[in-house]
Design a protein around this ligand. Structure first.
Ligand code: NAP
Length: 516
């Protein structure tokens, strides 16, 4: 239907749109346009691929309809704080799709279908797609389950959590049994059944670490590489491919299971990169240029994002993947640190703001939890109308995902030029009259600068302690993600304004209006 030139031109156009779209995503002002351009690119790539493929379209239409409903409903319903687990789950679908396409291409090559000859490129790409795709699929499911708090937890689960947790394990067991039965219980099919059982069993575990886990990771990692070589040498033995996929699935579960829930956003960025690598490998399997390019773009951007997040926390990727984040025996006692904490009220803060000329708001995870962004916008407008200069100091890892604060503030239509990056605002912090810390904790903890033994040592922070006065809004003195006390709360020039983020800001607005 389409000439080769037209096909290549359309794919080139789609790839250019992906790249321009990705560039647009780098800034909130151009992000929506960037997203639309990339979506148009994807539409062109999909339509062209469907036109050149000789296929039965009814299945495609059913698939598109189901996918559209699931995608649209979940994107509209998901809460901002649950975005990392949704992204995690969708990465997993990408990995799973790559495995299935590679498997289907291998079957087509065995059936000598035209264009599916198993040459060396196709064989190597197929095993890469199978291994990386399977690690991504199972790893992403674990990331989703840990963030949604139904995997590796000891407490009682809600009914929906039980349905997903035990339902998934049950499906794995049934698939394993079905495979062994259909393929006649030879050594390789039994291997597939065993790996499916193992995945089901591991997912059942209530603890995220157990003795021998690291040895298991090494053994299964080596086994999947050995199996990959065997598949390249004997592509006609399809069961070997599924065994490799099963063993890589065990690796995916083991690698992600021990990672703490709060480190999951970094792992999700990494898995996102893996899903791109798997898609690029699948592009080589089916000889599709646009899939190779788009997969590479996802793979590269995921890695860059992972690096940015690790750098902003001053941690290595190895530390995120294999280390434990949290207080140590050297962490000072909270009661000791908080001996001189002073608290304030909305009324007192309103009076203080009356004389301020420059106010900086530092949002953190608590702003996302309390959904205080609209109240913050109203406070900003009120203060600006009184001639006070208001800016926002944005830490790159404030919240629980990259850009978390930017997205929330953009949602509330806070002008982008009021959002200042950490490096831009820090040198001017001494001239800030009041710094309002809204639900942030670790990203303003001065021990990152002063205590080399602290788990956040060396992490760049927003220097709120250098402002003339700082006010921290949070519900209690409980720690943030790193689990350590914050001496800022007890500093001479700091006041604690205890309460839920949104309510505290609304009360403050009322107090300012009342006092004027
Ligand atoms: P944080 O250190 O986790 O502290 C958040 C604070 O919000 C808590 O101390 C909590 O105190 C408060 N809070 C919770 N609910 C609240 C509510 N309804 N109203 C008011 N306050 C509320 O958060 P952060 O300063 O934003 O730092 C982010 C942390 O996550 C960093 O350690 C970073 O390394 C880590 N991290 C971030 C990313 C990322 O991509 N952004 C990825 C991985 C890890 P109360 O319970 O007392 O209210």
């Amino acid at each position: 239907m389409l000439s080769l030139e037209m096909e290549n031109f359309a794919y080139l156009l789609a790839s250019v749109l992906f790249i321009i779209g990705l560039k647009g995503l780098a800034h909130p002002r151009t992000a929506v346009r960037g997203n639309r351009l990339a979506a148009v690119g994807m539409l062109i790539a999909t339509v062209v691929t469907l036109l050149i493929a000789n296929m039965e379209y009814q299945y495609i239409i059913i698939g598109v309809a189901i996918g559209t409903v699931i995608g649209a409903v979940s994107a509209m319903k998901v809460k901002m704080t649950a975005m990392p687990e949704m992204v995690g789950l969708f990465n997993g679908f990408g990995g799973g799709a790559s495995v299935l396409v590679a498997g289907a291409a291998l079957i087509a090559s065995l059936m000598h279908a035209a264009g599916h000859e198993a040459d060396m490129q196709m064989k190597i790409a197929t095993v890469a797609s199978g291994i990386v795709g399977s690690i991504t699929f199972f790893g992403s499911y674990v990331a989703f389950g840990k963030l949604a708090e139904f995997l590796a937890v000891k407490w009682k689960l809600h009914t929906w959590q039980k349905v997903i947790k035990y339902g998934f394990s049950l499906i794995m067991i049934l698939l394993g049994l079905w495979f062994g039965y259909v393929e006649g219980w030879g050594p390789v099919p039994i291997g597939v059944t065993v790996s499916a059982f193992l995945i089901a069993l591991l997912l059942w575990n209530k603890k995220d670490r157990f003795p021998g886990m690291n040895i298991m990771k090494i053994i299964f990692g080596i086994a999947s590489v050995v199996l990959a070589v065997m598949v390249v040498m004997h592509p006609e033995n399809l069961n070997l491919f599924w065994l490799m996929v099963g063993v890589a699935g065990v690796v995916g579960v083991l690698l992600t299971f021990s990672i703490g829930g709060a480190d999951m956003p970094v792992v999700i960025a990494l898995l996102n990169s893996y899903s791109g690598i798997a898609a690029a490998a699948t592009g080589f399997v089916i000889d599709n240029n646009v899939l190779i390019i788009s997969g590479s773009l996802v793979g590269a951007s995921g890695i860059i994002l992972t690096r940015i997040m690790c750098k902003a926390m001053n941690r290595s990727l190895t530390n995120v993947l294999f280390g434990v984040m949290g207080p140590t025996s050297e962490t000072p006692d909270a009661d000791e640190v908080y001996k001189t904490v002073k608290s304030t009220s909305a009324e007192e803060l309103a009076i203080m703001l009356e004389t301020a000329q420059r106010v900086v708001i530092v949002p953190g995870y608590g702003m996302a939890v309390s959904q205080a962004q609209y109240a913050v916008r109203d406070l900003t407008n009120l203060l600006t109308s009184k001639g006070i200069e208001v800016e926002f100091a944005i830490h790159p890892v404030a919240g629980r995902m990259p850009g978390h604060m930017n997205v929330l503030l953009a949602e509330a239509n806070i002008p982008y030029d009021q959002l200042k990056e950490m490096d831009e605002i820090n040198p001017t912090m001494q001239t800030v009259d009041v710094a309002i810390v809204l639900g942030a904790n670790d990203v303003v903890n001065p021990v990152a600068r002063t205590d080399p033994k602290s788990p956040i040592a060396g992490m760049p922070i927003i220097d709120v302690d250098k402002a003339r006065t700082s006010v921290v809004i949070k519900r209690s003195l409980s720690p943030g993600f790193a689990g350590i006390p914050n001496p800022l709360f007890a500093a001479e020039n700091n006041l604690m304004y205890f309460g839920d983020g949104k309510k505290a800001i609304l009360d403050l607005i009322a107090a300012i209006k009342e006092s004027s």
